[in-house]
Design a protein around this ligand. Structure first.
Ligand code: IMP
Ligand code: MG
Length: 182
């Protein structure tokens, strides 16, 4: 592959590292204010995509917090997501009576967040909200409220800051848009 071709395949910068950092700080400030005096907040990061967002967000909070992870995968019919979601790895701690914040990288159709909210809600938390870095608002198929949102984006495939395309580009420091197949 020539140098020129490699360069052309690089993701287009959509959100810079600086803008991510500033927005994550604002979200952390707002969450810290909203949960002040409510005791410990249980942050549940949705693997794998949310791991960097959760790491940055959690370190900027000024309230007591407890970190958990959960992993899900979407059922596919061929290559097409069916909308059904399967739990791959559960949280370790009980969330009964505790304040819970689901931390998710991106809401696309909304099925994943909808499934997780329903499932975790059934365990009797004191409250449950979500914090989502990116929302493809025109793609969302289910009725879902995002409590804390980083950025609204269009219908493009994005990578970096935890998000991947076929496991590639997860650790880019910025959010980039790619054309699948690049
Ligand atoms: P949803 O259930 O359709 O809302 O999809 C949510 C999940 O699909 C996210 O948690 C991501 O793991 C993945 N996803 C959706 N769009 C993108 C994208 O543009 N880049 C990377 N992952 C994505
Ligand atoms: Mg995800």
């Amino acid at each position: 592959m020539s140098k020129r071709r490699r360069k052309l395949a690089e993701p287009k910068v959509l959100i810079t590292q600086k803008d991510l950092d500033a927005r994550v700080s604002e979200l952390a400030q707002q969450i810290s204010a909203d949960y002040a005096d409510k005791g410990e907040l249980v942050l549940i990061g949705v693997l794998k995509g949310a791991f960097i967002f959760l790491a940055d967000l959690s370190r900027k909070l000024t309230i007591p917090r407890h970190i958990e992870f959960i992993a899900v995968s979407s059922y596919e019919h061929g290559n097409v997501p069916s909308g059904a979601v399967r739990l791959v790895m559960d949280v370790r701690a009980s969330i009964e009576g505790r304040h819970v914040l689901i931390v998710e990288d991106i809401v696309d159709t909304g099925h994943t967040l909808h499934y997780l909210t329903d499932m975790l809600q059934s365990r009797g938390p004191a409250s449950i909200r979500n914090c989502v870095l990116l929302h493809k608002e025109h793609m969302t198929e289910v009725d879902i409220d995002i409590d804390y949102l980083g950025f609204t984006i269009g219908d493009e495939w994005v990578v970096g800051y935890g998000l991947d395309y076929a496991e590639k580009d997860r650790t880019l420091p910025y959010i980039g848009a790619i054309k699948p197949g690049d």
